[in-house]
Design a protein around this ligand. Structure first.
Ligand SMILES: [Mg+2]
Length: 417
């Protein structure tokens, strides 16, 4: 049988990808937020109330031994594990530690990116010399110790020649371990799993597989891509065919050479007033976010650049936990960045620019259940509003009055708290 095209062939040796996942992130953050009360406590349930209302966001490994799982009603969890201490979701600590993790991984490779609040990928390809050609598992252990020292968090690390297999390897590393799949062993590793272990195979697809008598990896891998296409359509078929063979050539987001979208403008005369700069910034945001949406992308990193009258450039960036594409959210971040830049330097400005990087074609982080607990910056309404603006702009060739976006942004900020 002819294999489907596997995408770009690799030219060099195997890639060296690590997937870093914080062990029970919310439990660890709850302890870090209240060490006096929770330090040394083994049975912790995050989410819900001590009276048993709500659901479990995250359970300590001690509680998991009693059969407690996340998303379980807290009342059920307390019946299984009556001695557990129930604590609130430590939202602020989760955000703080997620940012600390992002800046720590960035020191290990220029090709590193957060995939959700508690997960990251690091591409160490080409850094072998820096690490004295030590085995990937040794570098992973050093990174694990470094992250513990710098963030206080225990992490598990999976390693492989691609992102998909590295992530699946992480579940064999938990908790606080390292598990590396050797180059060339990807397919054998995946073949040893169950269909439900494949990332992205959810309950609906599993049920569809079972209905067709596909109950294990052997029967799944025996299917040809044409049969799969007849059942689920060509895109999903190709995706699953590759997935159950551990094939994935996707780059780490934020990889060097990744696309960026930017827009800048030079003013007819230099501008010093912050209000006027914000208005000009909004124009750039509307332009750049519009082209982002036209190309079907979402962005995670927003950068604002100023060129001063003396032709010196200064810029500020922020990488968000979730990918965004709406005018409102991009402007709210860009405006804070502009405020930072102006606090340090109030000299006249001759040019302002905004660029968006860390582009992906999906707004969804890989681990939706966790990210859902950290309030997203951008909601469905923001995206709908931006899409409506795009339609009007396409029709009339003009931009909505800036005031409407500004007013919307203020209202929404008040709601965020
Ligand atoms: Mg985790």
């Amino acid at each position: 049988m002819a294999a489907p095209s596997l995408g770009p062939q690799l030219k060099a040796g195997p890639r060296r990808i690590l997937h870093v996942d914080v062990d029970a992130m919310f439990v660890q953050c709850a302890v870090l937020a209240d060490p006096e009360r929770l330090g040394g406590v083994d049975l912790i349930l995050v989410g819900g109330s001590p009276s048993g209302r709500g659901v479990v966001t995250s359970a300590s490994y001690g509680c998991r031994a009693y059969g407690v799982r996340s998303a379980m009603p807290t009342a059920t969890a307390l019946r299984l594990c009556p001695d557990a201490t129930v604590v609130k979701v430590p939202g602020e600590m989760v955000r703080t530690k997620s940012r600390a993790l992002a800046s720590s991984i960035a020191d290990w490779s220029p090709v590193a990116a957060m995939a959700s609040v508690d997960e990251a990928y690091i591409d160490l390809t080409g850094t072998e010399g820096l690490h004295r050609n030590e085995p990937l598992v040794e570098t992973a252990r050093r990174i694990q110790r470094d992250l513990k020292e710098r963030t206080g968090l225990d992490v598990s690390i999976g390693g492989a020649a691609n992102r998909l297999v590295a992530k699946m390897a992480t579940s064999f590393a938990k908790p606080a371990g390292v598990y590396v799949v050797a180059p060339g062993e990807e397919e054998a590793f995946v073949a040893s799993l169950q269909p439900e272990d494949l990332i992205g195979v959810g309950p609906a697809l599993l049920a569809s597989l079972r209905r067709r008598g596909i109950v294990d990896m052997t029967s799944l891998r025996a299917l040809d891509v044409e049969t799969m296409a007849a059942w689920w359509g060509p895109d999903r078929a190709r995706w699953l065919w590759r997935r159950c063979r551990g094939i994935d050539e996707g780059p780490i987001r934020g990889r060097e050479g990744a696309k960026s979208i930017s827009s800048e403008t030079t003013f007819p005369r230099d501008v010093s007033d912050l209000g006027e700069l914000e208005r000009l910034l909004l124009g750039r945001v509307v332009s750049v976010a519009g082209s982002l949406r036209r190309q079907g992308y979402y962005a995670r990193t927003i950068t604002v650049k100023l060129r001063y009258a003396d032709f010196r450039d200064r810029s500020r960036s922020r990488t968000l936990v979730d990918s965004v594409q709406s005018d409102r959210v991009i402007f709210s971040v860009a405006r804070e960045l502009l405020g930072d830049l102006r606090r340090h330097n109030e000299r006249p400005v001759r040019l302002i620019g905004v660029s968006l990087t860390g582009l992906s074609d999906s707004p969804e982080p890989e681990q939706q259940s966790l990210i859902a607990l950290v309030p997203p910056r951008e909601n469905a309404r923001d995206r709908a509003l931006s899409a409506a603006v795009d339609r009007i702009r396409d029709k009339h060739g003009r931009v909505i009055a800036p005031g409407s976006v500004l007013a919307d942004q203020r209202r929404s900020r008040e709601g965020d708290g």
